[in-house]
Ligand binder design. Sequence first.
Ligand code: NDP
Ligand code: 8X3
Length: 251
Amino acid sequence: MKTALITGATSGIGMATAKRISKDFRLVICGRRQQRLDELKDELSKTTEVHTLNFDVRDKKAVFEQINSLSEDFRKIDVLINNAGNAHGLAPFQDADLEDLEQMMDGNSKGLIYVTKAVLPLMIPQKSGHIVNISSTAGKDVYPNGTTYCASKWAVEALSRGMRLDLLPLGIKVTNVAPGMVETEFSLVRFKGDEQKSENAYLGYTPLTAEDIAETIYFALMQPDHVQLADITVLPKAQASVTSILKETKN
Ligand code: NDP
Ligand code: 8X3
């Protein structure tokens, strides 16, 4: 059975993906919240072999130590799903908290680089593999108050395109998935635990679910070896672009 490593598996898209692909892959699930990793491992161990890794993707040393600590059973990584990430704050660039901006660049962009550099030596010997990078519609456009989150996802877009070029001779496929609005803990993190603001982000329309994106990722992974889905944008029916969402108005 092939092995998939998923970052950000403690919540939202990463957790839904771990569940969706568990019948087909041995799993390495990663995140910072150990209790959630343990609970997910308990659940999915009924279906497949599961190993947990606890690290902050911003911590270069921890990323390499944890991934290099994988036992022989889990060291042959066939699929890497670079999903860990969040937005922190929603404010004009000039007013935004510098630590929030650093969290986004360090986590969403540099963290993806660290994890991929740590995993590639475990993938390259097979002369095959598949990397799925979770970008965003924020990586295709920009919107007011989201400048640095957008920049962190534009970096993911460039990394996906560049990796696809560089990894071509190594038989490793790269799929970039750019979701629109997905109802997860994303907005709760962005708004620092403010439940009202978080709920407002998804009011008046039907957003995507984490399971919708997990299904897309599963579809990309299940293609025949010669098929590489390069770039997939998934929007709710009510969304036309990153800034254009049709919301029902209250009478
Ligand atoms: P959630 O907040 O539900 O999940 C985020 C996951 O990322 C958690 O498992 C969290 O785990 C992990 N994570 C965040 N920061 C770090 C870090 N520094 N180190 C390690 N793990 C980290 O949000 P989503 O599921 O929505 O987000 C998943 C991805 O999808 C993100 O990259 C996000 O940018 C992207 N996305 C989301 C959209 C949305 O509307 N929800 C739309 C487009 C893209 P833990 O806290 O345990 O470490
Ligand atoms: C998350 C979607 O529109 O909040 O990537 O940036 S958005």
